[in-house]
Design a protein around this ligand. Sequence first.
Ligand code: NAP
Length: 308
Amino acid sequence: MTFLYKADPNRGATWKKLLAREMPELPFRIWPDIGNPKEVRILATWQPPLDLTTQFPNLEILFSTGAGTDQFDFAAIPPTLPVVRMVESGIVQGMVEYVTLAVLSQHRDWRTYQDQQRAGTWQAHPVRPASSRRVGVLGLGNLGRAVLDRLHAFGFSCAGWSRSPQQIYDVECHHGPAGLQALLARTEILICLLPLTDSTRGILRKRLFDQLPHGATVINVGRGGHLVQDDLLRALDAGQLSSAVLDVCDPEPLPPEHPFWSHPKVVLTPHIASMTQPETAVDAVIDNLRRYRQGLPMIGLVDRARGY
Ligand code: NAP
């Protein structure tokens, strides 16, 4: 049984060292050094090879090296092959930091004060208590819940939206298409932490922006495919939205002439909200391999029917 890693080779070297410590018996190879392809049983990758099934006929588990699996072409992956996304604490910590930074910057008018400084203006604006600021999170999974937990600790008025009904202490939880309207109507800072699926693609569009209170902020840390870019530009230019923070876009990177690069109301970062951390990722993979051997369900196993 060989474990094959097909992503950044430098990170792969760290994975190899960490895995060898806990599972010295498991042969570990880094792409393109695949060895005997018939021996490859486990593949960890961001982008599988095109001929996955013919190249690795005995594959037993496909791990995504990231939290999402929307980059996979599921039509090319046998339906019986377990696909496991990355559920590890390093990704969660990074996301919590990024979203907290974005929310607090908006809440405390950081951009306004930066503009004022450059203009030589000394002017204070009222400081609103966090308890009066209504924050809403689309997606109540690992990341959405962790983000809400931290924002709640700051005292923000928190709400969230998911596919199925969820309960989170002190968070107003909505679900399903009917619940979205109620969430949007009360949300001044909206954070997208949904997986990209057929049902969520393009969700950040005019119809959604129009249901937010005038002057709301949108923070997209999900995927670029969640956003209809022209609708966002129109909503910003019309003042329906006051600002947008975009960590993800489509394509990545955007072409040099794209208006987001220089738009005064857009903060754009290069998909860095959170990154898989090798130490904690390898712990998660080892835990899942042990579960797999014991016949227990793996953490982060993708439900193909739901798409996440
Ligand atoms: P997760 O644990 O699978 O949670 C997904 C959440 O979205 C669940 O609450 C789910 O509802 C909800 N959801 C899915 N489809 C929905 C729909 N059609 N309507 C309403 N709610 C829906 O995922 P996660 O680990 O929190 O990660 C979320 C996403 O964050 C990833 O898929 C990835 O795209 C993105 N991400 C971005 C970065 C970055 O650096 N920017 C890093 C990591 C991850 P249920 O609770 O009912 O299942």
